[in-house]
Design a protein around this ligand. Structure first.
Ligand code: NZQ
Ligand code: ZN
Length: 385
């Protein structure tokens, strides 16, 4: 096991009717900016609950944060914050709203350098951010309990991530009842995103992280067990509560402790979103099987373990279990309604160079062995056709 530091300061407030606790969670005597997306919270009653909890607190609203939030939109919020003397941000929505709030929080304190540099430098230049809290309405990304944010820029078709301990939320409210209104395709996206978060921290090579492996397997097994109940959309509170907690645990740093991660599927997937607009999880479901096939020799011990412990495989050899583990994962994605090939999005062989060229321009190397550069990205995507 590798050495690690683990500090996760996010106050999680979980359960029914917890939005009413906002008034106690937000610092007093500060002007709040309520940030949200395209209006789902106005339809499902979450907005009313938030406004009622904020009564008596001075606040303004910033809405219209889009899925795959845009740098351009975030910068409008930064301008308003400066004009209005805002002291606290409240993000109410899914990963996109919360990621946008994280970026806005950092960009508002960014003196001297251009805010886009936060993303180009992946957050290494962020030393402070405005305080903010979250009300999560979409279980998927884990952003409510981590220090990451992913922002897109329309003008250059880019999607970049940054991380900084300055952008941990002060608190995150997770009320599973807010998820009753989520459309089926977004539930599917959340299941797949959380699943891929776990396997990108687990299926690398074995350095003896026995507890972290079992924690990863527990999240994967729970996601698989709950998927049908979650997708049934019948206000099954306990299934949605279990699911919501899985998605948070999948990317709150716990299973990464002392382990070796591989974020190549995410890094390649972000380019599919940037160029062709695939939803984040759609991009992952296409790329993951290609990464596993391409990196089979490097990953097969962990793939076999995953096959045994999640898909209950017990063939004679690791190779057989590893091959079947990839197949079972693809079958699982299909079973939740998720496509797994580039052809499903009309992306063809000739398009692949666009992605590999971007890795070349940025000199990006990924993979747990730092062995996936632009050439390998092209080979991986060819396996995803
Ligand atoms: O805009 P609104 O009206 O809020 O509607 C949203 C949006 O259209 C809707 N929605 C959210 N909660 C709902 C709801 N509809 C009905 N009922 C509810 N309760 O769902 C749509 C998608 O929302 P979005 O926030 O975009 O989804 P998600 O949570 O999957 O976030 C995706 C973003 O997070 C990034 C992705 O790259 C993408 O930009 N990620 C962030 C990560 C992080 N910060 O750690 C990790 C992930 O790997 C991921 O990259
Ligand atoms: Zn993800």
């Amino acid at each position: 096991m590798n050495n690690f530091n683990f500090c996760n300061p996010v106050n999680i407030v979980f359960g029914k009717n917890t939005i009413s606790q906002l008034a106690n969670l937000i610092p007093s005597d500060t002007k709040v900016m309520l940030c949200y997306g395209g209006g789902s919270i106005r339809k499902n009653g979450v907005y009313d609950q938030v406004i009622s909890a904020l009564s008596g607190k001075e606040h303004i609203e910033f809405s219209g944060i889009e899925p795959n939030p845009l740098f351009e939109t975030c910068m409008q919020a930064v301008d308003i914050i400066k004009e209005e003397n805002i002291g606290f941000l409240l993000g109410v929505g899914g990963g996109s709203v919360i990621d946008a709030v994280k970026f806005i929080a950092a960009a508002s304190k960014c003196e001297g350098s251009a805010p886009w540099e936060i993303l180009v430098n992946h957050g290494t230049n962020v030393s402070e951010a405005m305080p903010f809290g979250c009300v999560l309405t979409m279980p998927a990304t884990g952003t409510e309990m981590n220090a990451n944010s992913v922002i897109s820029r329309k003008s250059s078709d880019e999607k970049l991530a940054f991380a900084s301990s300055a952008v941990y939320p002060t608190f995150s409210i997770l009320d599973p009842e807010t998820t009753y209104s989520i459309p089926k395709n977004q539930l599917r996206n959340g299941i797949v995103d959380a699943f891929v978060h776990v396997v990108e921290q687990y299926i690398t090579y074995d350095i003896e992280t026995p507890l972290q492996d079992r924690q990863a397997e527990a999240i994967l097994n729970t996601l698989v067990e709950l998927a049908d109940r979650v997708l049934a959309q019948n206000k099954d509170y306990n299934a949605l509560a279990g699911y919501m907690w899985c998605t948070t645990q999948a990317l709150n740093g716990t299973i990464a402790c002392g382990a070796v991660g591989d974020w190549s599927t995410h890094m390649i997937g972000h380019e599919l979103t940037a160029f062709w607009g695939l939803a984040h999880a759609e991009s992952l479901a296409v790329v993951l099987p290609g990464v596993w096939k391409h990196q089979f020799e490097n990953k097969k011990e962990k793939l076999a373990k995953f096959g045994e412990r999640v898909w209950n495989l017990n063939h004679d050899t690791n190779d057989e279990n590893a091959v079947l583990a990839i197949e079972r994962t693809v079958e699982f994605f299909h079973s939740v309604g998720m496509p797994t090939s580039l052809a499903d999005y009309n992306i063809c062989k000739d398009d692949i160079a666009k992605v590999s060229d971007r890795f070349k321009q940025r000199n990006t190397i990924v993979g747990e062995h730092q062995n996936i550069g632009h050439k390998e990205v092209g080979e991986i995507l060819t396996l995803c056709l």
